[in-house]
Design a protein around this ligand. Structure first.
Ligand SMILES: [Mn+2]
Length: 620
């Protein structure tokens, strides 16, 4: 026990011990893996504080980006060019934009977060295999909008060594169309690894100035020869983030995310680029991003850890919240506090009937003591998003009807876990859960035939989707599981109050409605979903969200213990193995947990770091 932090208090030591218990190991306590917490039978803390963010060695990080670009370049081949644009800013209103978020594939290859950057991969060029175009720094603009990358910053982040001013992108592409070598004037070359070589190749400054003077291909080797010969034979390809079908048909539409690419593709064809075949870059990125590297898993895990703390805080607050938005506030407060980028998708916090709307995000409903609260939330950290759902009774106690539905969903999720192993597919995980749901629905009387699609009335979504930089991440859904793939396991049952009203009025349906009506009345307005994030491993799988308790209805979350009088507590940090930062985080966690549990109106923290003591005065 000496290694643990002790608590002295005049009031129920047991209650507080349940809240303020810390492991001496670095980071926060994981109830599953901390053997000491089991052997000493002290319950896990109510709120699991997010462990420190992963720290990456810059060399290794850039090496990984270089490797990603090399793999993508290999897919493109020597006759191909890839163009990746930054995301365009999205308008919130008038002259205000939404917070900027980089396009995923450009981020995947460069780690650049600012707008205006464009990456070109040109594997067929002798020396100029990648060029990054970035806007030139502009002090006047930076005064308003903040720091802009200089070439050194863009290089340090991405590892790309050939960096040209953004305004050079258009003339560069126009020159390619005409099979003309292109190199900007020196002042527009912000960084170059090839300059010396190219300059040496031409004894005059002509080759180093602009398009017109360098068209005499052949006089001086420009490095473009292989690519231009492919263009001449109409074998060259321009890879863009455009839909596969549009690339094939040459008819470009109006996608909600990649309009700029579509406009560019349409213009390219129209304006003299017909010798290039336009191809979709989506399949290349989908295949790459589906298989996550260890560093991607670390980022994703951190997003999930932040989400786990957000759940802890909001679950603790739910019992005394009056409105859904108050609970949601605890979630998003935690995201910001733990330096998440943002949410990966709008938080879903739905109480009672609102839990039956799959993507409910108004959060304007009442929190009712007897109801279930469904929370489907996910923090995004460094472009990777969590996606976790828990459904729990606001007052900590399931009604028998709620428990029945909950336990079916819980069993379905367990079945999906059991079906997860390398080599399996999502189309095997999905039926594993669905069969359990069908059995359960038949048992409780919500369907009459398990060999039909009746269950779709109550379970209308799939059990799984890929997870990564998108909440519904890229990747072919028929791919066999390999280590590094991440997907969600999220069965649910939603008894919507109007579900039976919308069935087509056929004699068959009338019969069905009459048969399920009693059960429907019993379970009406109950919505349950449980969702975890699953990593495929060589051994099977790892539940990345396992630190967030996932209990069956027979062991509901206990939020009954609430102090009613003044307490004075002292937490002593004894472990010498904790860094000051970790100790501070844990003290903060203790305070949070205690205040949330105490339903406190006044909470005074008096940390004395030198002595490692935290004084806590709590008045309920
Ligand atoms: Mn999901």
């Amino acid at each position: 026990m000496n290694a643990h932090h002790k608590l002295r208090t005049s009031f129920s030591a047991l209650t507080l011990a349940a809240i303020i218990f810390f492991s001496s190991s670095a980071g926060a306590v994981s109830p599953k893996t901390d053997a000491k917490s089991e052997s000493s039978s002290v319950p896990a803390p109510a709120i699991r504080v997010t462990p420190p963010a992963p720290v990456f060695d810059d060399k290794a990080r850039v090496a990984e980006l270089i490797e990603r670009r090399a793999r993508v370049a290999k897919e493109i081949g020597p006759k191909g060019i890839l163009v990746l644009y930054s995301a365009e800013p999205r308008i919130y209103t008038h002259d205000v934009d939404y917070e900027y978020r980089q396009e995923n594939n450009l981020y995947y290859l460069t780690h650049l977060k600012q707008q205006g950057a464009t990456l070109v991969l040109m594997p067929g060029h002798e020396s100029l295999r990648e060029i990054l175009f970035v806007p030139k720094r502009n002090p006047a603009r930076e005064t308003w909008d903040g720091f802009m990358y200089g070439a050194a910053d863009a290089h340090r982040l991405s590892g790309v060594s050939e960096i040209w001013e953004a305004k050079e992108f258009e003339p560069f592409m126009q020159a390619l169309k005409k099979r003309e070598a292109y190199r900007p004037k020196n002042e527009a070359i912000l960084m170059s690894a090839t300059a010396t070589k190219d300059q040496a190749a031409s004894s005059t400054s002509a080759a180093n100035t602009n398009t017109a003077s360098t068209t005499a291909a052949g006089a001086v080797a420009t490095g473009f020869e292989r690519l231009f010969s492919a263009v001449e034979k109409k074998e060259a390809a321009l890879f863009l983030l455009v839909p596969i079908k549009e690339a094939a048909s040459g008819e470009f539409g109006d996608h909600r995310e990649w309009r700029r690419e579509q406009r560019f593709a349409a213009g390219w064809k129209r304006e003299g680029g017909a010798d290039f075949q336009i191809r979709s870059a989506f399949p290349i990125f989908a295949a790459r991003r589906l298989r996550k590297s260890p560093s991607e898993i670390q980022r994703l895990q951190h997003a999930i850890d932040i989400t786990t703390e957000a759940f802890g805080r909001s679950m603790a607050a739910a019992g005394r919240a009056l409105w859904e938005y108050e609970v949601e506030a605890e979630v998003e407060y935690t995201y910001r506090r733990r330096n998440a980028d943002y949410w990966g998708y709008p938080s879903i916090v739905g109480c009672g009937p609102n839990a039956t709307t799959l993507h409910y995000n108004e959060s304007q409903g009442r929190i009712n003591q007897g109801s279930l609260l469904l929370m489907d939330v996910g923090a995004e950290y460094d472009h990777y998003t969590a996606d976790v759902t828990r459904t729990f009774p606001v007052n900590g106690k399931f009604t028998p009807a709620q428990a029945e539905i909950y336990n079916i969903v819980f069993a379905a999720q367990e079945a999906a876990f059991r079906a997860t192993r390398a080599g399996a597919t999502l189309s095997e995980v999905n039926p594993a859960a669905t069969e359990v749901i069908k059995d359960g629905l038949l048992r409780v009387g919500l369907i009459t035939d398990r060999n039909s699609n009746q269950h779709r009335m109550w379970f209308m979504h799939g059990t799984s989707h890929w997870l990564g930089m998108n909440v519904h991440d890229v990747g072919d859904y028929s791919t066999k599981f390999e280590p590094g793939m991440v997907f969600t396991n999220e069965p649910g049952i939603y008894v919507r109050a109007d579900a039976l009203d919308y069935l087509p009025k056929t004699p068959e349906n009338e019969k069905l409605i009459a048969a399920v009506r009693p059960a429907f009345e019993k379970y009406k307005n109950i919505g349950v979903r449980i969702e975890d994030d699953v990593l495929v491993t060589p051994e099977g799988y790892r539940n990345l969200s396992a630190a967030l308790p996932r209990t069956s209805a027979s062991a509901p979350i206990d939020r009954s213990a609430r102090p009613t009088r003044m307490v004075r507590a002292v937490v002593i940090i004894r472990s010498q193995r904790l860094s000051f930062r970790q100790a501070a985080d844990q003290r903060q966690g203790a305070l949070l947990a205690l205040c949330d549990r105490a339903e406190t109106a006044l909470c005074v923290c008096n940390p004395a770091p030198a002595s490692g003591r935290l004084m806590l005065n709590v008045a309920p």
